[in-house]
Design a binder for this molecule. Structure first.
Ligand code: NAD
Length: 342
């Protein structure tokens, strides 16, 4: 879309002129607008608002469209504290890579909560990665032991580098260790470690569980990878890959043994890592706490150095709206937003 005639750079308009205007923030400008700090703050704030009852996610829709093997759906919600109303639309197109596109595709739409008018359309692919990394990072900030030194990464796909970069900002990690189902992909993590000046080692799962103080899992696995017996006391786990019915990264026994936190309980027990322990009867949902309660100080979080804490990060629509709202604000300031009559 060119900025000419009807399409104007948004920063030239005042707030009242912006009525009936549609703002577009293209995917390509977003990496330069949203840094990890902005994403972290937006996600931490919206988790807190969810816990206060000021923000609510609406039921998720995810359907097999019966074409191109695609899964398509919506995640939506309203955050009254941040005045963010909208949805993320998108899904998974497995044939995309052959076309030079990312298999995951998403776009965020924001609406005016006073009028229902559409306000903005924001590229959602990069935002998905940074808001997911921000979620595990928020969990590390609030739940990992302060003296955590070793970070264990399970998974080396697209999301993993975002997770790694964000996690290392939360504790003084001295070493990163990693395991992946496809070991050749671990070079991705090794490259990031070299860039940020941290030692990286590829390890077995036994070694990973025995050494890591914090573990992030971010895979598309449908069977448990990490076993309860492999994890040492005091570990914090952020299980981020399981966001669909049937996926699983850790043994249900590990869930049953840990002190459990999540972004949203309704999602954790249906599409998150907790779904399996709920299904086999070893877990009841009253044992799961939403992380917003820890952020707000209404739950004490970790209570001992020996406790295993586990954050089941399922990914909620409000995270997407929070970072998309930040992207719109920053794009208006930088002149990267495109605005037109609608
Ligand atoms: P990707 O396709 O780039 O990487 C997939 C990862 O899973 C790789 O590490 C791969 O080696 C591993 N893997 C593939 N098959 C496996 C198997 N059978 N057993 C174990 N590991 C296997 O994907 P990505 O974009 O990095 O996403 C990873 C996961 O995170 C996906 O499941 C995705 O749906 C999920 N995700 C979750 C959120 C959230 O908010 N929780 C957000 C985005 C993505």
């Amino acid at each position: 879309m060119k900025c000419c005639g009807r399409f104007r750079h948004a920063e030239k308009l005042t707030k009242s002129q912006r009525k009936n205007k549609m703002i577009v923030v293209p995917e390509k400008v977003i990496p330069n607008l949203i840094d990890r700090h902005v994403a972290f703050n937006a996600v931490e704030k919206v988790f807190a608002a969810m816990s206060n009852g000021e923000a609510c996610n609406f039921p998720v829709i995810r359907e097999d469209i019966g074409y191109a093997d695609a899964l398509y759906g919506f995640k939506s919600g309203f955050d009254k504290a941040g005045m963010a109303l909208g949805l993320k639309s998108g899904g998974y197109w497995p044939g995309n890579e052959a076309r030079g596109l990312s298999n995951h595709q998403s776009t965020v739409f924001l609406f005016d909560a006073d009028t229902g008018q559409v306000k903005a359309m924001v590229g959602g692919n990069y935002l998905t990665a940074v808001r997911t990394a921000a979620a595990s990072s928020v969990s590390i900030k609030h739940l990992a032991r302060e003296n955590s030194k070793v970070l264990g990464m399970i998974g080396a796909g697209h999301q993993s580098v975002f997770q790694l970069r964000s996690a290392v900002e939360q504790r003084n990690f001295e070493r990163i260790i990693g395991w992946n189902y496809h070991p050749e992909m671990l070079s991705r993590l090794e490259d990031v470690c070299a860039e940020i000046g941290l030692a990286f080692e590829s390890v077995t799962l036994d070694e990973l569980g025995a050494q890591a103080d914090v573990i992030i899992s971010i895979t598309s696995s449908f069977a448990p990878i990490l076993k309860a017996a492999q994890v040492k006391a005091g570990t914090h786990l952020a299980c981020m890959g399981t966001d669909t019915k049937g996926k699983q990264e850790v043994e249900a026994e590990l869930i049953a043994d840990a002190t459990l936190f999540t972004d949203q309980i309704a999602q954790a027990i249906t599409i998150g890592e907790c779904q399996h322990a709920i299904a086999d009867g070893s877990l009841t949902e009253d044992r799961i706490t939403e992380i917003g309660a820890v952020i707000n100080g209404t739950h004490s979080g970790r209570t001992s150095a020996d406790e295993i804490t586990l954050f089941d990060g399922t990914g909620v629509g409000l995270q997407d709206l929070a970072v998309a709202t930040a992207a719109v604000e920053l794009a208006l300031k930088s002149g990267d937003a495109i605005e037109f009559d609608f």
